[in-house]
Design a protein around this ligand. Structure first.
Ligand code: SF4
Length: 426
């Protein structure tokens, strides 16, 4: 039996797939170890969304080989899917598996561990199946993948090539997995996907039907459901009404904006413009005045002028949202935008990111202020720290057991945690 270390880069889907792989390997009798201790096999699940994510993969593989020269390295994930040749030639790499091959990867790793050599039980040309997976954080929150792939064609995005077409499992299969998660003692389930709101292909069952099924068929020990990122054009009133009508569903929404300039949104080939985005935020706040609302933004997209950036900055500064995820644009070979003219110089991309990150920090602070004196339930991840349903991270004065759901008044028993905030709190 081998000691196997696994590490994940990138999104929640990757994390849930690594967790599923770890469970399979453990069931085969292998010992799962931490990444930074000696192991026989290292499995790296990579990301390709930015150039930095790819560089990180190379760095991690080099570090592993330096620390444990005899180690065998298996690489999978989106970078492995798109650029296998860049990874195959690295010292120590014995297998590069695509995303399509992930469901059978445990078999291949098992073969490597047992024989030190193997017949590759993988098929490069295999079709895009759906591998149902979940990952968990300390038996508190589980991330359940309900949708994979994307049919959109945003000009900057490499994900559709790395993860294939939009597809999802029918509700009954997802409910089975949710019941397993409940059985394992998790209190919160986060539904994840690449384009979550596009749930329903190819079986035709709507996303609302999935939510209704989960609501009706999971035990009350699952105290909370949360939705991960949803495209603004897919966040329907029907979906918001469902969340409003069912107390287990968290009033927390993450809506990628990407740009506050309609001209740039057009170049990005996004399926909405700022008017629609604004209306969706209004629709959320009408139903949930203290909803947690997260926003993704890309700055320095090719052709983004100072005027476009100022438009984005003003738009975001005026949006009543609670936190921002800011990304400097990163060229992805193979995407249309990588060949667009007028690239923004890197120092300027970084400067624009900094400007928005400052605004994001202030948003977090304002959101926390808005929650003061409000009752909330905190799901504890550590004895003192946890998240409310509307995604406010708080510190509890009196420690309790991790995994407990604790009723509090924000500002009294529980103080908001705002990482990086150095401003005046009064
Ligand atoms: S919606 Fe656009 S940004 Fe999101 S995964 Fe699909 S193509 Fe990429």
């Amino acid at each position: 039996m081998a000691r196997i270390a696994l590490h994940t880069l990138g999104c929640k889907l990757n994390f849930s797939e690594t967790a599923a792989l770890a469970r399979q390997l453990s069931a085969q009798g292998h010992t799962i170890t931490e990444w930074d201790v000696p192991a026989d096999i290292y499995v790296l699940n990579t990301c390709t969304v930015t150039h930095q994510a790819e560089r990180k993969a190379h760095k991690l593989i080099r570090q592993v080989r330096r620390r444990t020269p005899a180690a065998q390295v298996v690489v999978t994930g989106c970078y492995a899917q798109l650029r296998p040749e860049a990874l195959q030639k690295l010292e120590g790499v014995v297998l590069v598996a695509s995303n399509q091959e992930k469901p059978r990867l445990a078999e291949a790793i098992n073969a490597i561990a047992r024989q030190n050599s193997f017949e590759l039980p993988l098929e490069r040309e295999s079709k895009w199946d759906f591998w149902i997976t979940h990952s968990g954080e300390g038996r508190t929150r589980a991330f359940l993948k309900v949708q994979d792939g994307c049919d959109y064609k945003c000009s900057f995005c490499i994900v559709p090539q790395a993860r294939g077409p939009s597809r999802s499992l029918p509700p009954e299969k997802i409910i089975e997995e949710a019941l397993r998660i409940a059985e394992a003692g998790f209190k919160e389930i986060v539904l994840t996907g690449i384009n979550l709101g596009d749930y329903g292909k190819p079986h035709g069952v709507s996303f609302i039907k999935l939510l209704q099924g989960l609501e009706a068929q999971t035990p009350s020990s699952v105290a909370r459901f949360r939705l991960s990122s949803i495209e603004p054009n897919l966040l329907s009133d029907e979906l918001l009404d469902f969340v409003a009508a069912h107390t287990r569903w968290a009033p927390h929404f993450h809506l990628p904006l990407q740009s506050g300039s309609d001209r740039i949104l057009g170049l990005m080939r996004r399926r909405y413009r700022r008017k629609l985005y604004e209306k969706r935020i209004e629709a959320i706040l009408q139903r949930f005045p203290t909803a947690g609302i997260g926003v993704d933004v890309i700055v320095g997209f090719p052709g983004e002028t100072e005027k476009d950036f100022q438009e984005t900055k003003r738009f975001i500064a005026d949006l009543p949202v609670s936190y921002l995820h800011v990304f400097p644009y990163s060229e992805r070979p193979g995407t249309p935008a990588a060949n667009f003219s007028n690239p923004v110089p890197w120092p300027e991309r970084l400067r624009r990111s900094e400007v928005l990150r400052e605004i994001g920090l202030r948003k977090k602070y304002t959101f926390a202020q808005k929650c003061y004196n409000q009752p909330a339930e905190v799901l504890l991840e550590t004895p003192n720290e946890g998240l409310t349903a509307n995604y406010l991270r708080v510190h509890l004065k009196t420690p309790r057991l991790p995994g407990e759901l604790v009723p509090v008044i924000i500002g009294e028993e529980a103080k908001p945690i705002i990482q990086g905030w150095r401003g005046n709190e009064n």
